[in-house]
Design a protein around this ligand. Structure first.
Ligand SMILES: *Cc1c(COP(=O)(O)O)cnc(C)c1O
Length: 475
């Protein structure tokens, strides 16, 4: 390529094909081998700086060389979130159809901000959001929503909406309630929105890690007496720690009585609506004013796609509509939704496409089966652990999450010693790279946590990891 002539960043057709096929081949190779790789990668800042630190090059180099460098040095330095032995945090099992769909959306560089940008993108987003509304028994005509980059942005979008609807411009006396098990992204959102510490009530959970109704009622009563304005409650449908679903029906009744916006953070667990017992497990979820779902977790989508549903779509447009002069020509009519009026972003990735294409291709049935498989797997793991006198189940299998600790009955170890051993197990596991397994804290105890939402994880995988944990415990 001559550097003195403007090429417009173009490639020849052959060069595009050569590069494109190599990329696709690399992705397919990864899909074929990912389950056999080590799930954990450990690298230091120093090592990465050594690999990557350089000035931006003025001159070109062959695309294949850049690609090979990235395949060898960048993509390998990453935990494999799709791996069957990735148990930590919330895994991202992904699926190939969605990966390629994302490639299409990027390839065509679809602007999914407004109707005039792409009627296809907006129409498909409306249609797939309607699938979601129906699944959760939200009103389809009146309800609405938006795809976001993830659960964090869905929660932020929800809380901004709740504030606008319940408080208008003055939120100086507004109080927001959430449990000590609520996800940290909610507190982050509250801080971003400019609430003061004194406006947040973190309500302790009960022994089952559920929102304590009694403590909540007391807190609301106290705040009202002090002339404050309870305006929003964040419940969890599947906490990240233990998969616990808050008592949604009772919380909804309180919110209704007190004129409080009920936001349900279902980023981890709402997907369970597709399971056999989904409606029962998530009873009351249809009474939420807003609901966060995170398809890049348990709906097997690659990053990034989160989703917010609202009972009344006008709440979103009422919160996020601005009318700048440079967008006046593309406003369109009301039925032709401009998603930039329903959320934070103007320019948006066409996230609905991968969701649409994967559900069309596999059918909802395959998603249901995968989720049921995960729930059963966690229950089988619990049964295995309970068979052994070395392990204590601290929080039983709940929405495919289980927490347990090494605590051999016969040895009668002190709490401090048990904490140390379990911490050691996790550290050795991560150092070995054999499984992505970390600890969390429950009731002041260090426990190992497994989130089993990968449909390719087998009971044998988990058993071999537990055997390795036992080996590490004795080292
Ligand atoms: C993962 C998670 C979030 C944050 O979602 P991101 O997609 O990581 O931004 C919020 N709430 C809960 C309950 C989660 O599990």
């Amino acid at each position: 390529m001559k550097s003195n002539k403007n090429q417009g960043l173009r490639l020849s057709k052959e060069a595009m094909q050569d590069f494109g096929y190599k990329v696709v081949d690399a992705v397919i190779e990864h899909f074929e081998t990912q389950d056999k790789k080590l799930p954990v990668s450990n690298a230091s800042r120093l090592e990465m700086d050594k690999l990557f630190s350089e000035d931006a090059p003025e001159n070109p180099m062959p695309a294949t060389e850049v690609l090979n460098f990235v395949l060898e040095n960048v993509l390998t330095q990453s935990n494999v979130m799709t791996h069957p032995k990735t148990y930590a945090f919330v895994p991202g099992p992904s699926n190939y159809i969605s990966v390629m769909s994302d490639t299409l959306a990027t390839g065509f560089n679809i602007f999914a901000g407004g109707w005039v940008g792409s009627a296809g993108a907006a129409g498909l987003e409306i249609s797939t959001l309607n699938w979601m509304l129906k699944l959760f028994n939200f009103p389809v005509k009146k309800g609405g929503g938006i795809f976001t980059s993830g659960g964090s942005l869905a929660n932020l979008t929800a809380l901004a909406t709740a504030r606008k609807v319940k408080c208008g411009e003055d939120f100086s006396k507004a109080i927001i309630y959430l449990s000590d098990q609520a996800h940290s992204s909610n507190i982050k959102a509250i801080n971003i929105l400019g609430f003061k510490k004194e406006q947040i009530r973190v309500i302790p959970t009960d022994m089952e890690f559920k929102f304590s109704i009694n403590k909540l009622k007391n807190a609301i009563a106290r705040d009202k007496i002090e002339g404050l304005k309870p305006f929003c409650l964040i419940a969890s449908s599947g906490t990240t720690n233990t998969g616990t679903v808050d008592p949604l029906e009772e919380l909804a009744a309180i919110c209704k009585k007190e004129n409080i916006w009920l936001h349900v953070d279902g980023a981890f667990g709402a997907a369970v609506i597709l399971s056999k017992n989904g409606k029962k497990l998530l009873k009351g979820i249809d009474k939420a004013d807003s609901l966060t779902i995170d398809p890049h977790k348990w709906l097997f989508q690659p990053y990034e796609i989160g989703c917010l549903l609202v009972r009344d779509h006008k709440c979103l447009s009422g919160t996020f509509t601005e009318k700048p002069v440079y967008l006046r020509d593309i406003e369109g009519n009301e039925s032709e939704i401009n998603f930039y009026d329903h959320g934070i972003e103007l320019t948006r990735h066409f996230r609905a496409l991968k969701f649409y294409m994967s559900i069309k291709t596999f059918g909802l049935k395959a998603f249901r089966e995968a989720i049921d498989y995960n729930i059963n797997l966690a229950e089988q793991v619990e049964a295995e652990l309970r068979k052994s006198d070395k392990w204590e189940v601290v929080s039983p299998a709940t929405l495919a999450i289980i927490n347990f600790r090494y605590n051999p009955v016969k040895e009668n170890l002190s709490e401090k010693k048990i904490d140390l051993i379990n911490q050691k197990i996790a550290a050795k596991m991560m150092a070995s790279g054999e499984a992505l397994l970390v600890t969390t804290i429950l009731l002041g105890q260090v426990v190992l946590r497994m989130c089993l939402i990968n449909p390719r994880t087998t009971l044998e995988d988990v058993k071999s990891t537990i055997a390795l944990c036992e080996k590490f415990a004795l080292e």
